[in-house]
Design a protein around this ligand. Structure first.
Ligand code: AMP
Length: 582
């Protein structure tokens, strides 16, 4: 345990709702996925996430129950019941099918958190196509890279974000349709583009879902590796049982919950836990289109009587910075349970929740590839601040040594691996099976993280086992940033690292060397920053750019990012015998 942070005991009888998972150890012994499948309908043998999330509730007792309370950035509220969702996603499905989009094709969505984004995701799933939501803060380059890797046939976007698509669409031969959701912004749609309201407005509210099965593709999210550009981790409809079960046991959904997931659907948390887990459990979700703001966020909890809240460490650290006076000025008594994911949650963050609103944050761990939560702190289980909890009952998450042998001694660091075969396991990296296969070794799936386990089975995150950067909970590939930096006429080479940061955990920092004839001037630095932001967007662009004379490289010419990082941090440089510059 981290010194100064004693275990947080739980008095289960005093909790506002009896937890669905009453005792982790018993559940671990008795858990069966077959039992969880009983919570999923599978009519006529069909398995489709949209049916399990929307239609079965719309066809039953939850038809008029609110599925989402939507709040626009300006604060207007719209409510959609499960029945509304069925109709709207059916209309979207009819519209997409009328364009000739077929099962298995990739439909990208680049939009802020507006209701149509959610209708489009479920509509795409209903026609059996693959939905691929993109983060709206991406610049043209990350958009182009992702759409072209997945050979996307359609991009659904908004007038505000359309210029980024227009910049790259001529480079996307697979792209057949650009659909623009223009009515909310009151903008016209250019000839050649399709207005969402023109095709969805008149479409029928009835739709027969494509009869997909458990192994049919459903969703793709892009994730970053150390080498190469981001990869499309593709998931199948089978994953829904993981979303349903973790929704029940980790998010602890109860019928009357008002649930708020602050993640954007451009990242996997925003779909697995912003859509599939709450919808498959039939609860009501708050969706806020607006961005972060300490006052706005606590006001949201008060106004909408949020009971279950799932957020991220960077946001928690920003809330901490804003101070406890803000949460204390709101009535947050509706809240019964708070969770965090995406990066390590420092113990200060866990206990700050208690100080600010009387509840600790429960950290949990998973990644794009796992599709669903794999390791968690549960409402009924004591928290060890700084630990990401214990494995979900139906999965095996362990620490192994270099030979792939499980490490059983407590607190010995090793690779964090999962036993393949959990229901929401990703099934490929799109068009890159070789890279997918490389993640499986010695009978394990290697997560790329390092961790250790204590004597009671709590897992403690140590760090990444590679150079991937985690900034505000979003993984960034150094290679993707380097590729854009070297496009600039002045840049000869680039090496990109994650520089530790008190709020965002890491920020992206680029080191560049200059081509002959260029000099480091203020004007050049401004231009480099402008170039990076215009091409990559604020979510990926470096926060710092530094010009250096020479980049450290191995004899085979690979840039040694670790060494750049060690130098940046003033740490020992380790073995530099393979350095070119030596
Ligand atoms: P992504 O695939 O973008 O969701 O990122 C997954 C990665 O984020 C993991 O492999 C970890 O490196 C990191 N991560 C996610 N959750 C946690 C957590 N609770 N503690 C520490 N790191 C986390």
């Amino acid at each position: 345990m981290i010194e100064g942070y004693p275990e947080i005991a739980k008095d289960v009888a005093a909790l506002k709702a009896t937890p669905n998972l009453v005792d982790w150890a018993t559940e671990r012994r008795t858990f069966s996925w077959d039992e969880q499948w009983k919570g999923i309908d599978r009519p006529g043998g069909m398995l489709n996430k949209a049916y399990e999330c929307v239609d079965r509730h719309a066809n039953g007792a939850r038809a008029n129950k609110t599925a989402i309370i939507w709040q626009s950035a300006a604060g207007e509220i719209e409510r959609y019941s499960y029945l509304d969702f069925k109709k709207q996603s059916n209309k979207a499905a009819n519209a997409l099918r009328s364009l000739g989009i077929k099962k298995g094709e990739r439909v990208f969505i680049l939009a802020d958190r507006i209701p149509e984004l959610y209708f489009a995701v479920f509509g795409t799933l209903k026609i059996g196509a693959i939905t691929a939501p993109l983060f709206s803060a991406f610049g043209p380059e990350p958009i182009k890279e992702r759409v072209s890797r997945a050979e996307g046939c359609t991009i659904i976007t908004t007038p505000k974000l359309l210029p980024k698509v227009n910049e790259i669409r001529s480079q996307l031969p697979s792209l057949r349709h650009v659909i623009v959701i223009a009515h909310r912004e009151g903008k016209p749609v250019a000839a050649g583009d399709i207005a969402w309201s023109d095709i969805v407005g008149p479409a029928s509210e009835e739709f027969e879902i494509e009869p997909t099965g458990p192994d049919d593709w459903s969703i793709m999210h892009f994730t970053s590796g150390t080498t190469g550009l981001p990869k499309g981790a593709a998931h199948v409809h089978n994953a829904i049982v993981s979303h349903y079960a973790t929704g029940k046991y980790v998010l602890d959904f109860h019928e009357d919950d008002i649930y708020w997931c602050t993640a954007d659907p451009g990242w996997v948390t925003g779909t697995s836990y912003g859509m599939f887990a709450p919808f498959s459990n039939g609860v009501t979700s708050l969706i806020d289109e607006g961005g972060f703001g300490a006052r706005r966020w606590f006001e949201n909890i008060q106004k909408h009587k949020v009971t279950v809240w799932y957020t991220a460490p960077t946001a928690i650290r920003l809330l901490m910075k804003a101070g406890t006076d803000i949460p204390k000025s709101f009535d947050l008594s509706s809240l019964r349970y708070a969770m965090s994911v995406g990066e390590p949650l420092n113990p200060e963050g866990v206990v700050w929740g208690i100080e600010a609103f009387g509840l600790p944050f429960h950290d949990n761990w998973w990644q794009t590839e796992t599709g669903a939560i794999m390791c968690a702190n549960y409402p009924s289980m004591p928290i060890r601040p700084g630990s990401m909890g214990r494995p979900f009952p139906g999965v095996d998450v362990v620490i192994v040594d270099e030979q792939g042998k499980e490490i059983t001694e407590p607190m010995v660091e090793g690779a964090l691996v999962c036993k393949p075969g959990w229901p929401s396991m990703f099934r490929t990296y799109w068009n890159d099976q070789e890279r997918y296969d490389s993640r499986f070794k010695n009978g394990w799936y290697y997560t790329g993280d390092k961790a250790k386990r204590d004597e009671d089975g709590y897992i403690w995150f140590v760090g990444r086992d590679d150079d991937v950067i985690n900034t505000s909970g979003h993984l960034v590939s150094p290679f993707e940033v380097e590729s854009v930096m070297i496009e600039h006429a002045a840049v000869a080479e680039a090496g990109v690292i994650g520089k530790p940061d008190a709020i965002a955990m890491e920020v992206v920092k680029a080191f560049v060397t200059l081509n002959d004839g260029f000099e480091k001037t203020d004007a050049l630095m401004r231009d480099l920053n402008r170039h990076a932001r215009a091409r990559l967007g604020p979510a990926v662009a470096p926060k710092e750019i530094e010009v250096i004379d020479i980049l450290p490289k191995t004899r085979s010419g690979k840039i040694m990012r670790r060494l750049l990082k060690a130098r940046e941090l003033g740490l020992p440089e380790g073995d530099t015998s393979t350095l070119e510059e030596d």
